[in-house]
Ligand binder design. Sequence first.
Ligand SMILES: *Cc1c(COP(=O)(O)O)cnc(C)c1O
Length: 475
Amino acid sequence: MHYLSTRGDATPRQFCEILLEGLAPDGGLYLPAHYPQVDSATLTRWRTVYHEQGYAELAFEVLSLYIDDIPAADLQALCAKTYTAEVFGTGEIVPLRHLENDVWLEALSNGPTLAFKDMAMQLLGNLFEYELARRGQELNILGATSGDTGSAAEYAMRGKKGVRVFMTSPQGRMSPFQQAQMFSLMDENIVNIAIDGVFDDCQDIVKAVSNDLDFKRKYKIGTVNSINWARLLAQVVYYFAGYIQATASNDQKVSFAVPSGNFGNVCAGHVARMMGLPIAELVVATNENDVLDEFFRTGIYRVRGSADTFETSSPSMDISKASNFERFVFDLVGRDGARTQDLFTTQLATHGYFDLSADPAFKDAAARYGFASGKSTHADRLATILDTDTRHGVVIDTHTADGLKVALEHLLPGVPMVVLETALPIKFAATVQEALGRQPDRPAQFAGIEDLPKRVLNLPADVALVKALIEKTCG
Ligand SMILES: *Cc1c(COP(=O)(O)O)cnc(C)c1O
C-alpha cells in the first residue's frame, strides 16, 4: 500500500515513512492510494475473528490491509500488546450497550484516560517505539492540549523507549480531573508545561518551534495530532467491531452517530464505509461550533476565527476548523489534488470559506457517502443526559450526549443506530452535576487523583523559553 497527499503530491510512500510525520511536504494530508475492499466473505470471517479471537486480532486484519512494511508477526504482536482487557477494561474492548429500540452506545472510553482517543493513541505509542527502535532514532513529541489529547498522548508514550513528550497546556484552564491525569505522571520521559495563556498561545508555540526547521531537525521534534494517518487507521477498526456486534448478517446496515470536532473520528467511519462496511448513515454531531453541520446542510465550509469559537460544555469539540476534513473533501471532489489544494489554500485564504453547494459532487454526497448531520446545544446536552439517566439508568458525558441527541433525529426504520461514546462522564463532571444534581461515578483507579503530587513546569507564553527547556532536557 502506498500513500499520497490530498494536495497532489503522489510520491509513493509506505506506511512507516508517514508514521512519524504530520502533514505531507505539500501541506496536504496523507491518504492511502486506494481503499482495500472488504467483501462479504471477508466480513463473515472477521465476525468469527472478533467473536472468537478478539479485538486485537480484528485490528491486525484491518491494519494488515494498509501496512505492508512491518512483518506480519510483529504487527500482530503490536496489536495484541495494545488491545488488552487490562488496558481497556473488558474483553470486548469496545462493547455495545443497548439503550432502546434500535439505539446502541459503543463504549470507546474505557482506556487509561477515559476518552476514545486512547483507542488510537495506545497503538501509536507502540508503533512509535517499534519504528524508532528499528531505525535507531529518537523522537521528541511537542504538543498543545486543552484536555483529552494531551493526556491520551502522555499515557500512550509514558515509559516508551526513544520517545519524550513535551506537552503544553493553558495554565489553570483544564478541569481539575484533566490536570490531575496529566500532572500526576512521574515518568522521566513526560514533561508537562503549563503556559501562562490560553490554548491558542500553546498552539502558537508549537507552530513556532515546528517552523524553526533547524531546531526541529536537531531536536527531532514530532507531533501526535489528529491528522496522523496511523491514528485514523486505528479508529477504523472499531467501526467494524461495532457493526459486527450490532448485526447477525451482512445484509443488515448500521448507522453511526459521531460527536465531531476535528473530523478525525467520523473520517475513520468514512474510510470503513469506503472499504465496503454496510453503513447506512454517518451522522456528524456538532455542538454550538457547527462548522461541519453547516457544511453538510449547505455545501458551504466556513471556518471561524478564535473570536467566533464558543467555549462550550463539550469542550473537545470546540473547533473553528476541522483539521481532518480535507481528507473527505479530497474523496468528494474525485481525488482531485489540485482542486483540493485550491479549496483549502486559495479559497479559504481569500474568502474564509468555500462553497460546493452548486457542485454535483456535493449534491449527491449524502447518497454516495452516507453523511448526515445535526447540532446540539448546552440545553440539549443537559436534557439528553437527564433523559438517558432517567429512562435507561445510563450516565453519559457531554460529548456523547451531543451524539445521542443528533442520532435520535436520524433514525431509519430497522437500522441499528450506534452512538460512539467518546468520553466517560467523570471527565466532564461539572456539567453532569448540572444535569443530574449529582456527581457521575468515578472509576476506582481515579479515586483521589486530584490529591496526588504534581509534576509540571510553569512558563510564560514565550517560544524561546520552551525551546530552552527542550534543549536542557535533551542534554
Ligand atoms: C477529541 C474528542 C472529540 C472529537 O473528535 P474528532 O476526531 O476531533 O472529531 C469528541 N469527543 C471527545 C470526548 C473528544 O476527546
